[in-house]
Design a protein around this ligand. Structure first.
Ligand code: PMP
Length: 338
């Protein structure tokens, strides 16, 4: 899902965010990916030893599912916090069911493995944890059934994916979201992410930051790897699960934050042109976090500046994710750094 922006000098390395930001600064030097510890097919090994064959079914056909989990470093408390680790492991379990990948370890065990992967790397910075379950047979033949599967988990330092402060500019993609009856967006299926790659590249190559993607029937679904929200007349609106979205974990968190702030929320279908007349638009997801949108298809959103509701939701979200709000501690799991 997430490809942090890299240049030639940083290829092959995980890089921290280029600049410290109000949402938290990253100060550790780049670390060689190869020496990071990952979980691979039953044990913890340096990434250089975690290798699969080019005949692996998942490599040939995209038959894998994954999660992207963030862990935030709280410098004052000297503590790394995994965000919604359990919720992500519950979702990967559902993705596995869709993809005929059962059995997999119980959610508690998956949570423990993710935390242990991060712990073994003694991070003191923000981290991206990516568990993946993949069809591991070396086999030719496109299918889902009668194939073995394996689990891997990597954890790498990670900064901001797209701008979270000054607002992003988006375009409506000419590529449609894969429909549930073609390739369920509800499952976080590796092969399905080629659809998002078309959208993201089209947007970036045309000078935008992100894409808004429409359902096959033409309604606003989500962004390339983020859920979509708009504000109209003081109400926060987001598309329903039947509009071919990933059932986002951050999306659920935003609804809770809004409710706690006394802002009404509504889940309903959104037309493309409704985004042109919305007071505010913002994206949310583990990767993008909360990213206000200031321009859709060359139409300024509201005043063209980050709106007050998106701004206050974003501030609360980052404070909660970094462990600064006791009322949202149930979102977090402390990860020991010894
Ligand atoms: N939609 C898509 C297609 C995504 O890849 C993501 C990122 N996982 C999201 C939405 C946001 O989901 P979440 O908040 O669970 O990260």
């Amino acid at each position: 899902m997430l490809t942090q922006k890299t240049d030639a000098k940083t290829q092959g390395r995980a890089v921290p965010a280029e600049e410290p930001s109000a949402t938290g600064s990253l100060s550790a030097p780049p670390r060689e990916l190869d020496s990071l510890i990952c979980y691979f097919e039953g044990g913890f090994v340096p990434m250089r030893d975690a290798k699969v064959s080019i005949m692996t079914h998942a490599f040939m056909y995209g038959t894998a599912v994954f999660e992207g989990i963030r862990a935030y470093w709280n410098a004052e408390q000297e503590q790394l916090f995994g965000l919604f680790v359990r919720e992500h492991m519950e979702r990967i379990t559902r993705s596995c069911r869709i993809m005929l990948m059962e059995p997999i370890p119980p959610v508690d065990e998956l949570v423990g493995l993710a935390l242990e992967t991060a712990r073994r790397n003694t991070f003191r910075e923000d981290v991206y944890i990516r568990p993946q379950v993949y069809k591991s047979d070396r086999a030719i033949g496109v299918r889902l059934h009668h194939l073995e599967h394996q689990l891997s988990i990597v954890a790498v330092p990670f900064g901001n994916y797209i701008d979270t402060e000054s607002g992003v500019r988006v375009m409506t993609s000419t590529w449609r979201r894969n429909a549930d009856e073609a390739l369920p967006a509800r499952g976080k299926i590796v092969g399905g992410y080629v659809n998002m790659a078309f959208q993201k590249s089209e947007a970036e190559l045309n000078g935008f930051d992100e894409a808004i993607v429409l359902t096959p029937s033409g309604h606003a679904s989500e962004a390339s790897a983020a859920n979509l929200f708009m504000v109209r007349n003081g109400t926060i609106v987001t598309p329903p699960v039947y509009d071919d979205i990933l059932e986002g974990i951050t999306r659920t968190a935003i609804v809770r934050l809004a409710t706690d702030l006394g802002i009404p929320t509504e889940v309903r279908t959104i037309d493309r042109s409704e985004l042109y007349v919305a007071d505010e638009v913002f994206l949310c997801g583990t990767g993008v976090q909360v990213s206000p949108v200031i321009d859709v298809d060359h139409r300024p959103v509201g005043t063209g500046e980050v709106g007050p509701i998106a701004g206050s939701i974003a501030r609360r979200y980052f404070d909660a994710a970094r462990g600064r709000l006791p009322e949202y501690r149930d979102w977090l799991t402390p990860i020991p750094s010894d």
